[in-house]
Each structure stands twice: as C-alpha cells, then as structure tokens.
Design a protein around this ligand. Structure first.
Ligand SMILES: [Zn+2]
Length: 507
C-alpha cells in the first residue's frame, strides 16, 4: 500500500474517471454457477496456515532487506517467487523470456548532491538537504545574492533593483512578521517561481530549526523517489533547485551577517548528479485455461516494500508479504486442480508486481506493456495487506472490499454470493465510498487496471500502527485470518474463471 503523499497525481486523474462510471441496476441478477459441488473446496484446502507461514517467514525475513524496488532484496524476493511458480508448474508468464518482466526506473538519490560555498564542501543533512526537484545539472562558481524573504508581489518586491540573472538567490524561510505580505509567500513554491521568473539559477532557503526539519524529510531522503524511466521529467524541467541550508552552517561557510542579512561576494558550486537508471522486475506465472484461454483473470499482489527506515529493515510482513504469499498459495491451488483435470476454463495470470511503494510502478508498466491484451482481461483481483486486524473491528472475521461494484456490478454480486456460500466473512465496504478520505481506491495496483476499464476488487484488512514501520513483522500476522481471506479470493477467482459468461461491465 502506497503512502498518501505519493498519490496526489493519481487522484486528480481518478476523479475524472469516476464521473463516467455511474452504477446501474442490472436486471438479471447473477447466480453462482460453479461452486455447487466440493471440487473447489478440495483445492481450497491446499491453502494452509503452514504454507502461508513458511513462505512469509522467508520473504519477510531480514535477508530480503525490506524488498525495496530495484535493490538486491527485491531481486532476491523475485527469485523466490519465480522458483515457487516454477516448482508448482506454472508457465513462464513472459513466454520464452521467462517469468520476469524487467522495467527501467529512474532513481533520484538526493544524498548524492554536492554543495560547495567558497570552495568548501558542505555536509548533507548536517549543513543542508535537497529533495531532488529538478533534473541533473551543475552550476559552477555562481554568485549568491541575498534577497530577504524572496517576495515578489504587487507593491513590494525583494527583486527590485537587484539583478539575479544567472545567480543563486538566498532567502529566509516563511514571511516577515507584522507585514502586509500575502501569506501565500510562506510557500516555497511561490518563492521558487519568483526566482525562476527573475532569471536565477537556484534558490537557497535558510532554516532556523534545521535539525527538526531534517527529521521531517528524512523519510523522503532515505527512500528516494523513483519513476518509470519512459515517463520523462516534464514537471521538473521548468523548476530550479531548491536547497535548504541551516542558518548556522551558512554563516560558518559564508561571509554572512545573520542579523543584517548582509552578504559579500560569496560563490557557490552545486553539483546535482543524482539520477540513475535501475531495473526492477514483475514476476508473471501463467496458467492456461481449458477452453476460454484467451480470456484472462489477473490476480495480483505487490512483493516490493520500502527497504530501510533510519537504518532498520522494514520487513513488510503485512505490506504486502501477506498478499504475496496469498497469491503463491492461490496459484498452487489452481495448479493442483489443473493437474487433476479440473483446471479453470479461462486463463489466470499470477502477477507479482514490484515498484508499488514508489508509485504503483510495476502495475503501471504492466498495463502500459501488457503481455496479455487488456481487452481480454476479465478482472483484476488485487491483494494488498490482508494479514492484520484494524482497531475498527472487534474480531478479525472481516475484509475490506474496494472497487468491486464500480466497473462491474456482476463482479460485486459474484463476490458477495461466493462469500455467503463458502466463507461468511463480513465484507466491509467502508473504504469503497467515493468520499473515503483515505483514497484507498487509488493506493494499490488494481487502480492501474481500473483506469483501463477493467473490473477490479481490492482486498485489504486495514491499516495498523506498524504500517510502513520496521515493526511490520511476521509475528504479528493473523495466519488463520490470512488463510480464510485467501480462500475467499480463490473461490471468487474460481467462479469468475469457470462461469459461462464473462463479467459484464456496467452500462
Ligand atoms: Zn505500503
């Protein structure tokens, strides 16, 4: 599950989309067609607490270093999942190219930025920090111009009679007290835009509470931003580097009077060479259907996690180790059925994606480069964090379902009936409301399928105090609950993959 601050872009796109898919009451109510005898139940029994525990204990161990996208721990997990797919007899989802779909990502690692003032190198996080808001660039020996608060509004401008062309502007954070300055100037974006408009090459922002600020941004620095390589960097191109410097440090390196704000002939060199192209991998296992093999049911879970937090490994047992092992067990159950002549009519793609925590990158890449045509993709059942109980429920016999009715009412009805017949968990739709302030609908990989008009269900058991923390560990997983939820998803997939008609979309 991705953090909220990374989803802002998705949301704006998402709302446009929602407007066009109002729910309709479809007249002919759907019935379950394929679960009347014990066939599926027999294979669901192969989904066990023991197997789930064994797999999760492995991939959520420290040896996988928090499975951060494009890092060695993630690649080790990919290999573990691939081995499992191979062992149970799934076909390589990439055909002759094997099980792994490799995709390039751009990494911006702000720790690599170099900053010099009058030839002296400043220390990252001790003297300054930078969050990586522009493309790589180098500025050599540029003059620093002090500009007060860097305000440029009607009737008052710090830029008046100052030439900043080709120079670095130095500004205080915030706005002066007792002033007629518009509060919008407290926002660094406005200051940066003003600096850009006036021809500066970079902005230094002086900070009083530097140490405190470092703690606030440490997370962004330790888990550097990534994006799909082919996305380009359009949003950054017009911007300038904004570098935050401790006020005390700046006075140490530069001839600067803190009180009067006077500066003399100071020069700075900035080397922003922080971008790198790395590769990450989705793992695809394919089970060919018997007679409707061109129609594809996609079951997905992301296996990447966030790596380290302040030096500690985040094992991501729930996020999304739980979904990953559920996927592995569902695959095994379907393979066993197939080996005994009870394989599904439609094909199933077991899609274990990476890059989720960096912005749903693996599923974004897959849906832009689908191995199986999206128009033949019947549904995406996505599993992300199903191993815990949240504080909003008294007992653990529940699961949140998100998205089920938005594109196909058939899918919602089938899911309800399967649950009623075989599982009897409480299906909680709290987070399916469009008004949900958490925006969970946009925060996991199913969204990239939904965006393409494919009916989805997102299975989720809620957030908890260990979310994205080093304490999201295997010991806290409720394995019987995890097994029960996994069976629910297995049965739902079974019905969808075997029923006569393909799921209908809402009109
Ligand atoms: Zn997450």
């Amino acid at each position: 599950m991705i953090r909220r601050n990374k989803i802002i872009v998705f949301i704006s796109v998402g709302f446009l989309f929602l407007g066009s898919c109002a729910l309709l009451n479809q007249k002919n109510k759907i019935e379950i067609e394929t679960l009347s005898d014990d066939t599926a139940v027999k294979y669901a029994e192969t989904i066990t607490v023991e197997d789930l525990t064994r797999h999760l204990t492995e991939i959520a161990s420290d040896a996988y270093e928090g499975r951060e996208t494009a890092m060695p721990g993630q690649k080790k997990a990919a290999q573990y999942i691939e081995n499992h797919f191979k062992n149970i007899g799934l076909q390589p989802g990439m055909g002759k190219d094997g099980f792994q779909q490799s995709f390039p990502v751009d990494l911006k690692d702000p720790k690599k930025v170099e900053l010099y003032i009058n030839g002296n190198r400043l220390n990252f996080l001790e003297d300054f920090f930078y969050l990586g808001n522009v493309n790589d660039t180098i500025f050599q020996d540029k003059e620093i111009v002090f500009l007060g608060y860097g305000i440029d509004q009607e009737g008052f401008s710090d830029y008046k009679n100052v030439n900043v062309k080709g120079k670095i502007v130095l500004v205080f954070e915030g706005i002066p007290e007792d002033s007629k300055i518009d509060v919008s100037w407290a926002n660094w974006r406005n200051k940066l835009e003003a600096a850009n408009k006036n021809g500066a090459v970079a902005m230094f922002t002086l900070q009083d509470n530097f140490e405190e600020r470092v703690e606030q941004v440490r997370m962004f620095i330790e888990n550097p931003r990534m994006q799909l390589h082919d996305k380009g960097n359009q949003q950054f191109k017009k911007s300038l580097p904004n570098i935050y410097i401790s006020k005390d440090s700046f006075s140490k390196y530069a001839n600067f009077d803190n009180k009067k704000g006077k500066i003399l002939n100071e020069k700075s060199t900035i080397k922003i060479q922080i971008s790198q192209v790395l590769y990450s991998e989705n793992v695809l296992g394919f089970l060919e259907g018997t007679d409707l093999k061109d129609e594809i049911v996609v079951i997905s879970a992301h296996y990447d996690h966030i790596g380290y937090d302040n030096g500690e490994i985040c094992n991501g047992a729930d996020d999304d180790g739980s979904g990953t092992v559920a996927l592995m067990e569902i695959a095994e159950a379907f393979m066993k059925a197939k080996n005994e002549g009870k394989g599904p009519r439609r094909s199933i793609l077991f899609l274990s994606v990476s890059g989720e925590e960096k912005g749903l990158l693996g599923s974004d890449y897959y849906t832009q480069n689908p191995v199986y045509p999206l128009e033949n993709t019947v549904t995406n059942l996505n599993i992300d964090m199903i191993g815990r109980k949240d504080s909003l429920h008294d007992n653990d016999n529940y699961v949140y379902l998100i998205g089920a009715d938005r594109i196909s009412k058939d899918l919602h009805d089938i899911s309800e009936k399967v649950n009623e017949k075989l599982i009897q968990m409480e299906l909680d739709y709290t987070y399916n409301k469009e008004s949900d302030p958490n925006h969970f609908y946009y925060r996991s990989d199913h969204y990239n399928f939904a965006k393409n008009g494919i009916p989805v269900i997102f299975y989720f058991s809620g957030v908890h105090e260990d979310y994205h923390k080093p304490t999201d560990d295997v010991v806290k997983i409720l394995f019987p609950k995890l097994a029960k939820t996994t069976k629910l998803i297995f049965y739902t997939a079974w019905e969808i993959a075997n029923r006569k008609e393909r799921l209908r979309k809402n009109a």
